[in-house]
Design a protein around this ligand. Structure first.
Ligand SMILES: Nc1ncnc2c1ncn2[C@@H]1O[C@H](COP(=O)(O)OP(=O)(O)OP(=O)(O)O)[C@@H](O)[C@H]1O
Ligand SMILES: [Mg+2]
Length: 267
């Protein structure tokens, strides 16, 4: 399990709390969706959980491992993270990026097993055909898929992804969520994924956590959180939610929409 205990953080010496005493426990082997408005603190929470940021106070535990005190190497063996603004400075090809994900295992000398995993991950995200392309020669969605492959190649127990569906078309967004489900269901990994599409969260996540103004304001099953009441807590909006094929569907695009007046018939 991954546990945040009383995490608080501010970027401006305490003037604004971006994480305001956040305590949350995320279950092993589950896909947890993290939702909330822009600026709610989702990326900051994920960064603290992944040891990319040291919060002002609080604790993060991966089972018994104290993330903020453990050596970076120890954390890297157990947790992989895709940042919202994932990019690399070096001019890498797709396959080199994914190989990079094997570094904690290979230390630069790839074994047959490393090559196998790299190939499998490239295939899983449908990027084998682009393996020798440089990252700066890809479309936004292709680049995003290469980064997802790099994260999966790390084969860690904990996988944290900040908006992995950015730039992905419908087919690849659905395929990526299936990959994350499979990582949890078949490989027992614990997956935390930041999503803006609450309907994807409802359809693909076991648990949904909603943040607003640096606090966790909703935490429950997809059905509980992706409900009119839950979405009001998280977004402060009245969003109609219907059930389709056993899954809640929020009609946020219909919010405040007005039907056009019927055209006046001209005689
Ligand atoms: N490096 C930084 N320096 C100063 N303020 C920051 C920094 N990073 C984030 N913030 C601020 O902290 C707050 C939370 O940001 P965070 O990136 O965690 O939000 P988020 O929920 O991930 O939003 P989004 O959905 O837009 O990605 C925002 O108000 C943001 O402006
Ligand atoms: Mg963010």
């Amino acid at each position: 399990m991954i546990r945040a205990r009383a995490l608080s953080h501010s970027y401006d010496k305490g003037a604004t709390l971006v994480l305001d005493d956040v305590s949350v426990e995320l279950t092993r082997g589950c896909v947890t969706g993290l939702i909330g408005p822009n600026g709610a603190g989702k990326s900051t929470l994920l960064s603290a959980m992944a040891r990319l940021l040291v919060p002002d106070s609080g604790q993060v535990l991966l089972d018994d491992l104290d993330v903020l005190k453990a050596p970076a190497k120890e954390v890297a063996k157990r947790l992989a993270v895709l940042r919202q603004d994932a990019r690399v400075t070096a001019r890498l090809t797709v396959v080199d990026l994914v190989r990079f994900g094997r570094f904690p295992y290979s230390k630069g000398r790839l074994t047959d097993r490393d090559h196998e995993v790299v190939q499998e991950c490239l295939d899983q995200v449908g990027m084998d055909g682009f393996r020798d392309r440089h990252l700066d020669e890809l479309s936004g969605g292709q680049r995003q898929r290469a980064f997802v492959a790099m994260v999966l190649a790390q084969e860690t127990e904990f996988v944290l992804l900040d908006e992995p569906l950015n730039n992905l078309d419908m087919e690849h967004a659905a395929a990526t969520m299936r990959l994350l489900r499979r990582a949890a269901d078949e490989l027992g990994r614990t997956v935390i994924v930041v999503l803006h599409d609450v309907n994807v969260a409802a359809a693909a996540c076991d648990v949904v956590v909603g943040m607003r103004d640096g606090r966790v304001v909703a935490h429950g099953s997809a059905r509980e959180v992706v409900s009119s009441e839950g979405l009001r807590e998280v977004y402060g909006l009245d969003i109609p939610v219907h059930e389709i094929d056993g899954s809640p569907v929020a009609l946020h695009w219909a919010m405040g929409a007005r039907r056009p007046e019927p055209a006046v018939p001209v005689n």
